[in-house]
Design a protein around this ligand. Structure first.
Ligand code: PRX
Length: 660
């Protein structure tokens, strides 16, 4: 365990933070979610969820709301049949909203495209026909490795439409990371682009696919969207999107699939080196994505312009760009690029241009905006904003207040939404028209959701107490397992509080005096860098795969901007040579990690050390390394097999410290 609940900055903040911000009377009066929602859910949870499922179009209605007899494998809306893509696209056209803009797409170089629901229906139908023409159908797996272009969304919806599972891999991941994710779920098809714009310049993307596919025999075809018009090598498996998809009919009849038909796999880091393929299914997932999106963000489909800044490579992009918003007939902004291209006001320029009213982002980005200065958002008209959201990591009260003052004009509610890839949709968050918000707290489980903070024995802690966050009731959008690894699913989430039958989220949390929940960060060996989960083991494996490294230990050290930064301690191999600890060699190691996993996993700092602190049973004591990484006095060393190791490390750092 790397952090026990009760430690860390969130707690310090908690001690000083006591402000609350009630919604204005006007906001409260018009809000989608009213106080009665809590009562309704409490009175009859299953009836409540059944009512939420009614927001979707079911081809065949379910005959049982929840079947939990196969716990921890849930079945929701048993016997029901629906098509997820139909619910996100066609039914809005059929209800007369074909001309409403679904997506205001903004390319990084400044090109833009407005896509109406009618056009979305045609694009998704063509893409679905293209999949069928390649023999891709129900239960096949399709890897999507793309930047934030509209075709990425068309591709996801086309998969859903034909019953294939998408496996979206973040475009910032390396060829190696892509290969393992394709192999693990035996994808038959990959959809990618020639390149992607990153900070104003086109960067190649397809070469990584070529490298991954060379070693992934399950892949039969690769569809390539032309985005940057860069020259790409061509293999016998490749086919251009504009040749294959654009020639298809734009008519396609969706087939209804079982409520429990698999919808997608999304890989996420766990405590071992091997990413977990989190499996989500259809009816329950869409119900909760849709319900939470409408109530937490207070979406009004006729007037709001919504913008979630996530990438579709993460679960936030799945649930709050694609499935939740489109099922609610949103008009949304999708932006391709980075927030400072070509200038640091790019997001605010986009808010002003489209009149964005709901904006959902991550604390890391808010802290970056803080660094860039309040004068930047002040140059733009942000008066259209009425709800702000935060996700991915604990938001410190200072950033929360800055966000409200400088982006929200000192008046918008901020919803701090806690959830995970595994939970599929938001679980803990204030409802913006009901709850007086508190800077830094995600506050309480949404109506219909059961969550609590418990101690080591699984007993709920009293107000003011800290412990582990657990989910004590099955929920519709819960994961249905880890792809191909039932044992790991049971072990990872259901073994810690087996007797109580709780799902253990891996997070430490605390109740304040009012009983509101404050998240305190991970309690396992998972880091959270810029809201992205990276396992310490994964980075350690990448480091030791380098020929100069004998052993590595990685910790997440607190970082003012990214929440946590990756700090690695490495022991070099005997024959590594005198230069192996020099600045060039350290840079090479950092680049090696970027190549193995992706640039987001690049250590902020690598320290060459002669020894690592270990317990008698050989477990690395990351707690002590974190003390070093955060420049603190090193804590209790009595359980170390050799207590002089920390002295050796500290001495070694005087000379071996390398940072850039
Ligand atoms: O530690 C929690 C943190 O992010 C983890 C989930 O990461 P991931 O599956 O990548 O999904 C991120 C987007 C939903 C959680 O276990 N986390 C997420 N949201 C919050 C958070 N920590 C504190 N406050 C949040 N609002």
């Amino acid at each position: 365990m790397t952090q026990s609940p009760g430690q860390g900055n969130a707690l310090d903040n908690l001690l000083t933070e006591s402000r609350t911000f009630p919604p204005s009377d006007e906001f409260a009066a018009q809000a989608n979610a009213q106080p009665a929602l809590y009562e309704e859910a409490k009175a009859d949870r299953e009836a409540f969820w059944a009512k939420q499922a009614e927001r979707l179009h079911w081809e065949t209605k379910w005959d049982q709301v929840l079947d939990w007899s196969g716990a921890p494998f849930a079945k929701w809306f048993v016997g029901g049949k629906l098509n997820v893509a139909y619910n996100c696209v066609d039914r809005h056209v059929e209800s007369g909203h074909g001309d409403q803009v679904a997506i205001h797409w903004e390319g990084e170089p400044g090109d833009s495209r407005a896509i109406t629901y009618a056009e979305l229906q045609r694009e998704v139908s063509k893409a679905a026909n293209a999949l069928t023409s390649l023999g891709i159908g129900a239960e096949d797996r399709v890897a999507i490795y793309m930047p934030m272009v509209p075709e990425a969304i068309f591709a996801m919806l086309a998969c859903a439409r034909v019953g294939a599972l998408h496996n979206v891999v973040f475009g910032g991941f390396s060829a190696e990371a892509l290969r393992t994710r394709i192999q693990d779920s035996a994808c038959r098809l990959v959809i990618t682009t020639d390149g992607q714009y990153r900070r104003g310049t086109p960067a190649p993307l397809k070469p990584a696919v070529d490298e991954a596919v060379a070693d992934a025999p399950s892949v039969e075809k690769v569809i390539v969207v032309k985005r940057t018009d860069t020259e790409v090598a061509w293999t016998g498996k490749d086919v251009w999107w504009h040749e294959l998809v654009d020639s298809q009919s734009d008519q396609h009849t969706p087939e209804a699939f079982d409520s429990e038909h698999p919808l997608f796999i999304l890989y996420t880091s766990g405590t071992t080196g091997k990413p977990k393929g989190i499996l989500h299914t259809s009816g329950g997932y869409l119900t909760q994505a849709s319900y939470t999106h409408q109530n937490v963000f207070d979406l009004k489909p006729d007037t709001d312009v919504y913008w979630c800044t996530a990438d579709i490579g993460w679960v936030t992009g799945h649930s709050y760009i694609v499935y939740g918003p489109l099922s609610n007939r949103v008009t949304q902004v999708v932006y391709e690029g980075t927030p400072n291209t070509p200038h640091e006001g790019r997001h605010w320029e986009i808010v002003q241009k489209y009149g964005v009213s709901i904006y959902y982002t991550a604390p890391t980005l808010i802290r970056t905006f803080m660094k860039w200065g309040a004068d930047i958002p002040a140059k733009y008209d942000l008066s259209s904003l009425r709800v702000l959201g935060s996700v991915g990591e604990p938001i410190n009260p200072e950033a929360w207040i800055w966000y409200r003052e400088n982006v929200g004009g000192g008046k918008t509610p901020i919803v701090d939404t806690w959830w995970q890839t595994e939970t599929g949709a938001i679980m803990i968050s204030p409802l913006p028209g009901v709850i007086s918000t508190k800077p830094g707290s995600a506050q309480r489980p949404l109506p219909g959701i059961g969550a609590k903070v418990v101690n080591d024995e699984g007993v709920e802690v009293p107000a003011g107490g800290g412990g582990y966050l657990v989910l004590d009731e099955p929920w519709p959008s819960m994961l249905r397992g880890i792809w191909g690894d039932e044992e790991r699913y049971r072990d990872t989430y259901w073994s810690r509080f087996k007797d109580q039958g709780f799902y253990f989220a891996g997070d430490g949390a605390k109740y304040d005096a009012d009983g509101d929940i404050w998240l305190l960060g991970r309690v396992d060996d998972v880091m959270n860098v810029s809201g992205h989960r990276i396992s310490t083991t994964e980075v350690e494996s990448a480091l030791v795969s380098h020929p100069t490294v004998a052993e590595a230990a990685v910790v997440g050290a607190s970082d003012d901007t990214t929440g946590q930064g990756i700090v690695a301690f490495v022991i070099l191999r005997g024959g590594a040579g005198a230069d192996a600890g020099g600045a060039d060699a350290i840079k090479a190691l950092r680049d090696h990690v970027a190549k193995e996993i992706g640039p987001i996993a690049k250590p902020r700092q690598i320290m060459v050390v002669p020894e690592l602190p270990k317990t008698r049973s050989g477990k690395i004591m990351r707690r002590l390394l974190r003390d070093v990484a955060e420049n603190r006095a090193v804590g209790d060393v009595t359980t170390l097999a050799d207590s002089s190791v920390m002295d050796l490390i500290s001495a070694g750092l005087q000379s071996g410290k390398a940072e850039d």
